[in-house]
Design a protein around this ligand. Structure first.
Ligand SMILES: NC(=O)c1ccc[n+]([C@@H]2O[C@H](COP(=O)([O-])OP(=O)(O)OC[C@H]3O[C@@H](n4cnc5c(N)ncnc54)[C@H](OP(=O)(O)O)[C@@H]3O)[C@@H](O)[C@H]2O)c1
Length: 308
């Protein structure tokens, strides 16, 4: 595993982190603490120290699993969570972004995580007028001062281009890290926000690095997802278009013998703006496989076959 400094913060994160939206139960699988514990044991063995979660992956459910799993060695982990929603049920949450709401959310997250501090507290897909709410900014500064949160991040919504202003104003609002969708199928951040991140020396967490699992290469044309899997919401044409593109990429870019999921993660890490990737994991095997992408090095995007 390799480690990098997250922007200008004092956080030293593994280049492969672990995304945990999955623990909330919206990916066609319900988790039990036992399995989550085993996944964290695998993460420990592989050197992963960065965990991404959120208030609305279940009603603080993902945070709760994590809190139990890391209670004994909390100080070894960098826990990134988020604020701004209330979870009501499967793919059903409402926006709650006032300072009063966030003051309550941070307490609920601390309780679920069984900790007295959050390493990286991230805005969760919020709008510009919410990002620039001075009352909320004041609350976040107070939380920083109290030590309940150690650093501020901004997980910008999937409409990357709409969030350029927020990214540009990061340093002015005390934000040290940006979380953004970045993968081989969606390179929008390269021209939309990475320049600004580099100029401000912000940490960058590349989320959805496997394009929701499509870049694992295991899905074939005609594949479909179960009813309680977030991906079931996509129409047939969208799914098939992605699968065609993935097949082309595999044929043209992925070195023979390489695991496509590992290649896809190493590909993201090649961009100099990217600090770490946070693939969502559903079992021990995925944690281990993804972690090992942290030891791979691609020489160049233009020569994807050349890697060691
Ligand atoms: N707004 C936000 O802030 C926001 C939004 C989205 C995500 N996130 C964060 O980013 C994380 C990552 O994004 P994501 O989970 O949506 O997408 P992702 O990381 O691109 O894909 C995750 C899915 O890929 C499959 N997978 C993972 N590792 C694999 C492996 N080694 N081999 C084969 N398949 C593998 C798993 O699903 P299957 O095995 O079922 O295919 C897994 O559920 C999330 O967990 C969450 O922490 C944040």
């Amino acid at each position: 595993m390799k480690y990098r400094r997250l922007g200008k913060s004092n956080l030293r994160v593994s280049v492969i982190g672990m995304g945990t939206w999955q623990f909330g139960g919206e990916w066609g699988k319900d988790f039990k603490q036992d399995e989550v514990d085993q996944m964290f044991d695998a993460a420990r063995e592989e050197g992963i120290n960065l965990i991404d979660t959120a208030e609305c992956y279940g009603d603080h459910t993902s945070e709760s699993f994590i809190g139990n799993a890391i209670q004994r060695d909390r100080a070894n982990w960098i826990v990134a969570t988020k604020f701004g929603h209330k979870f009501h049920g499967h793919m059903n949450r409402t926006d709650e972004r006032s300072a009063t709401h966030v003051a309550q959310q941070v307490e609920d997250s601390l309780k679920a995580l069984k900790t007295d501090y959050i390493d990286l507290f991230q805005y969760h897909s919020i709008r510009y007028e919410e990002f620039t709410n001075d009352e909320l900014t004041a609350l976040l500064q107070k939380l920083l001062k109290s030590g309940k949160i150690r650093h501020l991040g901004n997980s910008i919504s999937g409409q990357t281009r709409k969030n350029v202003n927020q990214v540009d104003e990061s340093s002015a609002r005390g934000v040290e890290a940006i979380q953004v969708i970045y993968n081989r199928l969606d390179r929008t951040p390269e021209e939309a926000v990475f320049g600004s991140c580099q100029k401000q020396n912000l940490g960058v967490l590349a989320r959805v690095p496997l394009a929701s699992g499509f870049l694992s290469g295991k899905y074939k044309l005609g594949s479909s997802f179960g009813r309680n899997d977030v991906r079931a919401g996509q129409d047939r044409a969208t799914i098939d278009a992605k699968l065609w593109e993935v097949e082309e990429i595999r044929r043209r870019e992925v070195p023979a013998g390489a695991e496509m999921a590992q290649w896809a993660l190493a590909w993201c890490l090649l961009h100099p703006a990217v600090t770490a990737v946070i693939p969502g994991c559903k079992d021990v095997a995925q944690v281990k496989s993804n972690a090992r992408a942290g030891g791979l090095e691609m020489i160049s995007n233009d020569h994807p076959q050349a890697w060691k």
